[in-house]
Every structure is written in C-alpha cells, then in structure tokens.
Ligand binder design. Structure first.
Ligand code: AVI
Length: 327
C-alpha cells in the first residue's frame, strides 16, 4: 500500500499573530481576523455549527452534490478528464477531507492534494483515506493560502502534472471580500494548470434565514464568536471577560454580507502586557464577514478571474450554488 506524503510550506509565526491581534485591538474600529476562531475548541464549535438546523450551507451543498453527482462528474470529465481519470484534485482548506472523499468514486482522481494551514490537521484523515483508497496518490500540503495561493515551482511541477480540478467547497470563498476573492480565484486558475474549479457559493436569500444561520437559538455561533476572545487571551495575555461581551450577527444588504461582531455590554477596559484598549458600552469588535452572492455576479467574478465556461447547480430553494468553471 502507498503511504501519504506530507509537505509543510507554512509555519505559524506566533510573534506575527500577536502583532496582528494587538494592531486589530488598537484600530479605531477594532477588528480581529476570523482565523482566530479556529483554536481546538473553535474548530469543534464550527463542526457543531454545521449540524445546526439554522445553518443551511453545509447540508444544502451536500444535497446538491448528492443530487447531481453523475452530472457534475460528467461535466468535470468532459472538461479535463483523460480516459475517465483526473490527473489531480486539489482540495483547498481540506480539513477532514470528507467532502472531497465523497467525490472520489465519481471523479476518479489519480492524485489527491489536500491543502490546509497545517499538515498536522491532515495526517489522520489522509492515513484513513489511504486505507480506503490504496492506489490513490495522497499528498498533504501545509499552506496558508489566505493571502496567496501558490505552490513552490518544483512542488507544483511534480504534483500538478496535468490539468487539475481545484476544489473549494463550503462557501469559504464568502469569507473573502470581492477583491480578495478575485485574487484567490485568479491564483486557483493558475494552480489548476489548464484544469477547472469546482466551488461552493452561498447565495443571497431572505434576511431572517441568513441572520438565524449566524445567530442560532442554541447559541452555538455565539459561543464560536466569544471563544475567539479566549483564544486572544491565551495568545496575547489579555483579560477579556466573556460575560462582558455579546454576539451580534447582522446582514448588511448594501455589502451583501453577514457581519459578525462582539459588542461590549458596558464601558470597560481590556489590558494586555504592554497595552490596553477602552471600549464604550455598545462598542464592537468586527470578527467576520460572510459574503452572499447572486449567481450572475459570482459568474462575472469567475470570468474576471480568467475562467471560461461556467456550469451551475442549485438546490430547489435556490439557497446555495455549486459552480464548475473551466479555464
Ligand atoms: C467557514 N465559513 C464558510 C463559515 C461561514 O458561513 O462564513 C464560518 C462561519 N461563521 C459563522 N458561522 C459559520
């Protein structure tokens, strides 16, 4: 049996993370990057979010892949397949690799390249996948592609040795602003080496549905948002008290995005070694944007990024879209 290979190109630089968090707290409008959600507890809370009744994206996307599996596979093979096989499938933000693995039988990739910020997240998942798919060439790549998506030249030449399918599910593209999304899509097109992109995109829908998805009755999303402050306390030694903050999630129709914030319940001061920040009652820390797209606008973005033909699948309610873009 083959063994998965692991390549780490990104080391987490904790001094840079501390500097980023402190700069965000000192900014006139305080902000903390959504990457601070994902400590060990935050990742588990996100998994719990995906199981909530109100959080429709994960289950709706899965239903689209299940309902249109054959059609999607046929479209991928018609675009880039060779003899019914794909040279490579590159999974961005692969996590537990489950979404990609569900497509292996229909897509039949020769190589699966799972990209995530740390290869350690990928080890267990790839070891288990190798037992299930002994002939598949499995590669885990540790890379933070949030500011730039590119493999070192030698790795790209070795791993992407034919037109590849870049897979970016889960509406993670929604956590990028339109300008950042355009940059990432251009880089994904480049990485595919003449292949295609299969991407999950969350659609604009009634505000009550959107706001409930990001402010659920059980308070799991509130816990996910507040947990960021615990992570920051550990990272920079600050003294955020979670009971003094409340979770806020609102849809901004003009920007077509859900915004998540943490709001101070009263006037307070947060201290950390070497600094402090006063917050007035009601003052907020901006923690996340989640953009919702009209399919025509997202298709236009794909064309701006250099992609050609785009095919699209949706659910009956028109809440989510899976798009396949040819290069
Ligand atoms: C990871 N990302 C696609 C999620 C979203 O829907 O924007 C993160 C999330 N934030 C709150 N709930 C889920």
């Amino acid at each position: 049996m083959r063994e998965p290979r692991f390549l780490q190109y990104h080391q987490v630089d904790s001094a840079a993370l501390v500097a980023e968090a402190v700069a965000g707290l000192r900014a006139v409008s305080a902000q903390l990057s959504p990457k601070f959600f994902y400590d060990a507890l935050g990742s588990r809370l996100f998994d719990a979010i995906t199981a909530l009744d109100e959080y429709y994206p994960t289950r709706t996307e899965a239903s689209i892949f299940a309902a249109h599996a054959d059609e999607i596979a046929a479209a991928v093979h018609a675009s880039i397949g060779r003899d019914g096989q794909l040279a490579a499938m590159v999974d961005l933000g692969a996590g537990n690799c489950a979404k990609a693995a569900r497509l292996f039988e229909s897509l039949r990739p020769r190589r699966y390249v799972a990209v995530d910020v740390s290869v350690d997240f990928l080890r267990d998942a790839l070891d288990a996948l190798q037992r299930q798919f002994p002939a598949l060439d499995l590669v885990g790549v540790g890379l933070d592609f949030s500011s730039r998506l590119a493999l070192p030249d030698a790795a790209a030449a070795e791993l992407i040795d034919g037109p590849a399918l870049v897979f970016y599910p889960g509406s993670s593209i929604g956590n990028f602003s339109p300008d950042e999304a355009l940059r990432l899509l251009r880089e994904a097109r480049e990485l595919s080496a003449g292949g295609a992109l299969l991407i999950g995109v969350d659609r604009v829908k009634p505000v009550d549905v959107l706001e409930a998805a990001y402010d659920d009755e059980l308070g799991v999303t509130a816990a996910f948002n507040l947990n960021l402050l615990k992570h920051i306390n550990r990272l920079i030694g600050s003294d955020f008290k979670l009971r003094e903050w409340r979770h806020v999630a609102r849809f901004d129709a003009a920007q077509s995005r859900i915004e998540m914030h943490l709001e101070a319940r009263r006037a307070l001061t947060v201290c950390w070694p070497g600094g402090e920040r006063r917050f007035e009652a009601g003052e907020r820390i901006h923690t996340e944007n989640s953009y919702k797209w009209r399919p025509a606008d997202f298709e236009a973005l794909l064309h701006d990024a250099g992609f050609g033909r785009v095919r699209r699948w949706s659910d009956e309610r028109g809440w989510f879209a899976v798009m396949l873009a040819d290069t």
